[in-house]
Design a binder for this molecule. Structure first.
Ligand code: UTP
Length: 312
């Protein structure tokens, strides 16, 4: 655990520490059909590592190793990925392929994973309710299983520190083009004494052009007060007929006892559940890798400059 995170946590004994993470992966992934008919989008490869492993590594990087995945139908490959595959491990050991053996075992040894099934994908709020008995009465982190935050732009550690200072819940916010705000949960905000922290005074899920209170979009990282569970229980179906976490947070944002704050994030973030963003993520990762980057960058430059024609 980075020392600044540990310090922040040790500094506020009255406020229980965040120790648990919930990763909801029970959605249908309709934007990626038909690919997601039998395979969850969270297992899609970003070259040679699935999206979900990046998300789990992000939690582990701030010392959060107790992780509950809220799964659903067709999500078995996610469990398999984090389990040992004895056949592959034995074959690699026999061949003396230590490098691949290490990579294969890495995902199984990273964290302690628990699973609960959502039953039916009734929305993100509903998915979180399935985590209640595991989480108990402590603040907890939620990392959406298809949202990738670049490890060079740490967000989760900052959100935990903000939760420990202000209490309540913390959401991650990103400034987006006004034309895109209808794709997100949108927050009405007020400044605080910290430049990158705002008080959230209201939230609307996927607002129409005249309804958006700002261009602050909610992205897939949350540190939530356990009071959210009771609020979700009282939240009816919202946008798209789903039980929306945004609606429950909107209710909480009016509470004095458990306020909602936002951390303004301006780093690199990819929604890998969106086809175009998925492609961008792979291109960026390929360009940046030591093994693939030099050849791939040269090919990409030639491909683009030749008007996409006849580049091999
Ligand atoms: P998304 O809205 O991005 O996922 O939810 P989705 O509903 O699967 O995607 P589309 O819009 O149909 O393409 C963000 C995260 O919350 C999970 C998803 O699996 C994803 O990781 N989720 C969503 C659940 O676990 N349960 C749900 O009922 C809905």
């Amino acid at each position: 655990m980075p020392s600044e995170v540990r310090r922040e946590r040790e500094g506020s004994p009255l406020n229980p520490h965040v120790t648990k993470v919930v990763i909801p992966v029970g959605g249908l992934g309709t934007r990626f059909l038909p690919a997601t008919k039998a395979i969850p989008k969270e297992i899609f490869p970003l070259i040679d590592k699935p999206v979900i492993q990046y998300v789990v590594e992000e939690a582990a990087s701030v010392g959060l190793t107790d992780i509950l995945m809220v799964t659903g139908r067709n999500k078995r490959p996610l469990e398999d990925h984090f389990d040992h595959n004895i056949e592959i491990e034995e074959a690699l050991a026999r061949k003396g392929d230590a490098a691949h053996l290490d990579q294969v075992c890495e995902s199984s040894d990273l964290v302690t994973l628990h699973y609960v099934r959502q039953g039916a994908p009734k929305g993100l709020g509903h998915a979180l309710l399935c985590a209640e008995s595991h989480v108990g009465n402590e603040p907890f982190a939620v990392l959406l299983g298809d949202d990738l935050i670049d490890p060079r732009d740490p967000l989760l550690a900052r959100m935990i520190a903000v939760q420990e200072r202000f209490g309540g819940s913390v959401v991650a916010l990103m400034e987006v083009d006004p034309r895109d705000i209808h794709l997100y949960g949108c927050a009405a905000v007020a400044p605080t004494d910290e430049a990158d922290v705002v008080r959230v005074t209201g939230l609307v899920e996927k607002p129409g052009p005249d309804e958006a209170p700002s261009t602050c979009a909610v992205i897939g990282r949350f540190v939530l007060h356990p009071g959210i569970f009771d609020v979700i229980r009282g939240t009816g179906p919202g946008h798209g007929g789903e039980i929306q976490l945004t609606d429950a947070l909107d209710d909480l944002s009016r509470s004095r006892a458990a306020p909602v704050h936002g951390v303004l994030f301006s780093g690199r973030r990819y929604d890998t559940g969106d086809r175009a963003d998925y492609v961008r993520t792979i291109v960026r990762l390929a360009c940046e890798r030591d093994d693939l980057g030099p050849d791939f960058r040269a090919w990409l430059a030639a491909f683009v400059s030749h008007d996409f024609q006849e580049t091999r």
